[in-house]
Design a binder for this molecule. Structure first.
Ligand code: F6P
Length: 316
């Protein structure tokens, strides 16, 4: 087969590991692999390169995506998707593997209606894709956030401050939840775990009175203005507070072992699904096993509330 691969949406550490696995596994099964540049934008422009085993040498430890990525508004247009399908057809490409988040999957689902054989791999730091326990890039981003929290705790303790740490996550609180637990946060505020403001003020006041020298509050982006919250905490609790928005730093860096393994497993599994004539599905990991589900069962679906929220009540 001729198989093309692309990365789309926000980049995530481990995407390169997944591309590499597609190429290396594809080569073992004697397929020809093409890398599409800059996501769906490159597909529309027919911007692709031939990938060999050598082209992906040294990619495993590299952050970002060497193919480039984009959020393509153009691809929402059916006529544009038809051009993209024609490009694949003209090159004799039999199947497409897309690596990205919910927007990427949505595009893939629409695209597959034109008869294109597609497999989706979950690549996003947000861990907000249904049908998988973990997405490629999430574990590395958690490590980055925990490292930041540890550093913020040092300076917070020195200055007797409360640090508000804003993480990414879009509408999913997993980054804040996992990193908050690992970083020993006093409060974790996410879309799934809304803030109980008065309780938070009361607890922080008690902390301060008991002589606690620091406090950490981790919050998912887009819920509120963290700087305004810091001012309010300072005013209401006497705990001088500062907010840190971690931003894009969370998407960078060399993938951690979990993401290298997840990317490698998922890339290989995608090729094996195509070998078996299975497509129109997205790959996931459930209870450590590779699984696949139709796009329609995953796109736009909300994941069940994480079990770890039970822990938050006990250890925070
Ligand atoms: O990759 C997902 C994500 O990191 C979200 O958490 C964040 O809201 C968004 O990307 C930011 O994306 P952009 O690069 O388009 O600003």
């Amino acid at each position: 087969m001729k198989i093309a691969v692309l990365t789309s949406g926000g980049d995530a550490p481990g995407m390169n590991a997944a591309i590499r696995a597609v190429v290396r596994a594809g080569t073992v099964y004697k397929h020809e692999i093409f890398g599409i540049k800059d996501g769906y934008a490159g597909l529309i422009k027919d911007d692709m390169i031939h990938l060999t085993s050598n082209s992906v040498s040294g990619m495993l430890s590299l952050g970002g995506t060497f193919l480039g990525t984009a959020r393509s508004a153009e691809f929402l247009d059916e006529n544009v998707r038809k051009v993209a399908a024609e490009n694949l057809k003209n090159r004799g490409i039999d199947a497409l593997i897309v690596i990205g988040g919910d927007g990427t999957y949505r595009g893939a689902m629409e695209f597959s209606r034109l008869g294109v054989k597609i497999i989706g791999l979950p690549g996003t730091i947000d861990n907000d894709i249904a049908g998988t326990d973990f997405t490629i890039g999430f574990s590395t981003a958690v490590e980055t956030i925990v490292d930041a929290i540890d550093k913020l705790r040092d300076t917070s303790t020195s200055h007797q401050r409360c640090s508000i740490v804003e993480t990414m996550g879009r509408r999913c609180g997993d980054l804040a939840l996992f990193a908050g637990i690992c970083g020993g946060a006093e409060f974790i505020i996410t879309p799934e775990n809304p803030m109980e403001k008065e309780l938070m003020f009361k607890r922080l006041t008690e902390h301060k009175e008991k002589g606690r020298r620091h406090a950490i509050v981790v919050i998912t982006e887009k819920i509120l203005d963290p700087h305004a919250l810091a001012e309010e905490i300072t005013e209401k609790t006497g705990f001088a507070s500062r907010a840190t928005v971690l931003g894009y730093i969370q998407r960078g860096g060399s993938p951690c072992p979990e993401d290298r393994i997840l990317g490698s497993r998922m890339g290989t599994y995608a090729v094996e699904l195509l070998n078996d004539g299975i497509y129109g599905v997205c790959v996931g990991v459930r209870d450590s096993r590779m699984v696949h589900l139709p796009f329609a069962n995953v796109v736009g679906q909300t994941r069940p509330k994480n079990e770890l929220y039970k822990l938050v009540k006990k250890v925070s």
